[in-house]
Design a protein around this ligand. Structure first.
Ligand code: ATP
Length: 452
């Protein structure tokens, strides 16, 4: 079972500290969310899984962590200043403002059809660097993380001696002044992306595009998404962005519909070509803008020593949409019979915010509590992630609390623990609810084997 409505997730996320509306105490800010104590763990775990698959488990990818503030020239030559816009209409009756392509000619607020003609609205957040306001000092909050990967291409190649094919991976914040943010964290104004720009020899790009599509679908399945909830949408040629040769969207069945989770584009030589000086020295396939301001040729030598501008295949995922997808998939309401039910988040264990909850059978028993604290101090240092001591409510309530946030294992200290030798605890599995007894001397090894 999966979440069937966004309300289920929004309510769980707020109640249990996954995701809060930003500036909640002042009425909130539209399209901006904060991740709470459990949300930050889940999101970090998802990012770590991506980094591991993209960087650590491959030998053809380097990492990058670039600045959010972006020099205007970068976004001028990337084409964003001119073309990164959505068509916007105003309702003449209620003065609401909407994305023309999302409302079907009718104001979603008041129903009026008296709308202005669509006008392009640039989605970038503009700011100023330094104390003087002038055209020279304009900068942007990056609308995607990719551009710095392109502008740093030469520095990465020179410092790592990479040859084609190879990629540069980056995770970080992006900002888009979306006209109508909606659907919880699906469409927001500040979000995180995990992007790989994979540079290949022209001519091998179609092959790599297929490979990356397959690899990414597998990765999403490894994060728990069922294949039957995933759709691969191939953009028809006539709808492609002008720079793209081909594009796949990995779509997921979110509670509000089947929508894009990740885009995988073949961007040919458009980006590196645009940021390159002396473009005429190369045969570029994409239609690039003339660039007299770049100081560098973003090229690399092929096996014969010839300088080429590589093609790029770009798997680009939204981390927040990823969090929403794994939450949707994991959310389960289970009927336990005899009028009992539970909500359980069946997250993959590597994504679970809390790995182990230590629960005292009786919280007013000093010996049991001392043992709980002692075990927590020991298990915290294993490197498996967060270990919590849960001492609110009775044992049944404690199990339910941790089922609801996806804690894979609950470890209970009971009277047998303190009275019998060898010392042992019970371990309860979230999904099967089965319990086993493990000697505390073997706990570290048991948990390391389970989680790592
Ligand atoms: P959409 O068509 O939904 O606006 P896009 O095609 O413009 O998305 P890309 O530019 O391809 O998106 O960005 C790559 C990924 O970044 C998307 O697949 C999505 O997961 C994420 N993303 C883009 N815009 C947003 C947003 N406003 N809020 C959250 N995630 C986003």
């Amino acid at each position: 079972m999966v979440a069937t409505s966004m309300e289920q997730l929004v309510s769980l996320c707020k109640r249990r500290g996954f995701i809060f509306q930003n500036a909640d105490i002042y009425g909130g800010m539209q399209g901006v969310y904060d991740y709470g104590p459990l949300g930050v763990e889940l999101k970090n775990n998802l990012k770590a899984a991506w980094w591991r698959a993209m960087v650590y488990e491959r030998d053809d990818v380097e990492g990058l962590d670039s600045a959010i503030l972006t020099n205007r020239k970068v976004l001028k030559y990337s084409g964003h200043e001119d073309t990164f816009s959505d068509p916007m209409v105003d309702c003449k009756k209620c003065k609401g403002r909407f994305r023309a392509d999302q409302i079907g000619g009718k104001c979603p607020n008041c129903g009026s059809t008296d709308l202005t003609d669509p006008r392009p609205f640039n989605l970038m957040f503009k700011t100023q660097v330094g104390p003087v306001e002038s055209d020279e000092n304009i900068a942007y909050l990056r609308p995607e993380t990719a551009q710095a990967i392109f502008t740093q291409f030469k520095n990465v190649v020179d410092s790592t001696s990479r040859k084609l094919p190879f990629g540069i991976a980056q995770i970080g914040k992006s900002f888009r002044n979306e006209i109508t943010p909606r659907n919880f964290i699906f469409r927001v104004r500040e979000f995180e992306q995990a992007e790989l720009e994979f540079f290949v020899m022209p001519g091998t790009d179609i092959d790599w595009h297929e490979k990356w599509k397959n690899a990414r679908v597998q990765w999403w399945q490894d994060q728990g998404l069922k294949l039957e909830h995933i759709n691969i949408y191939k953009t028809p040629d006539e709808d492609l962005a002008h720079y793209a040769k081909a594009c796949y969207d990995i779509e997921y069945q979110f509670p509000h519909g089947m929508e894009e989770l990740e885009g995988i584009a073949n961007r040919r030589d458009y980006d590196l070509g645009n940021h390159t000086k002396n473009q005429e020295e190369f045969t570029l396939e994409a239609h690039c803008h003339e660039n007299k301001e770049s100081t560098t040729k973003l090229c690399i030598q092929d096996d014969n020593g010839k300088w080429v501008i590589p093609f790029v295949v770009e798997p680009s995922m939204g981390v927040d949409r990823g969090v929403l997808a794994v939450l949707t998939e994991a959310y389960t309401e289970e009927d336990l019979g005899e009028g009992n039910s539970r909500v359980v988040l069946k997250l993959k264990k590597h994504l679970a915010p809390i790995k182990v909850a230590i629960i005292p059978l009786k919280k007013n028993n000093e010996q049991i509590m001392t043992k709980c604290h002692e075990l927590k101090a020991q298990l915290m240092k294993l490197g498996i992630g967060r270990v919590a001591l849960e001492n609110t409510g009775n044992i049944g309530k404690a199990y339910r609390r941790h089922d609801e946030v996806g804690t894979p294992l609950c470890l209970t200290v009971d009277f047998e623990t303190i009275e019998q030798q060898p010392e042992s605890v019970t371990i309860r599995d979230r999904d099967t609810m089965e319990q086993i007894r493990v000697n505390t001397a073997d706990l570290a090894e048991y948990l390391r084997n389970y989680f790592l």
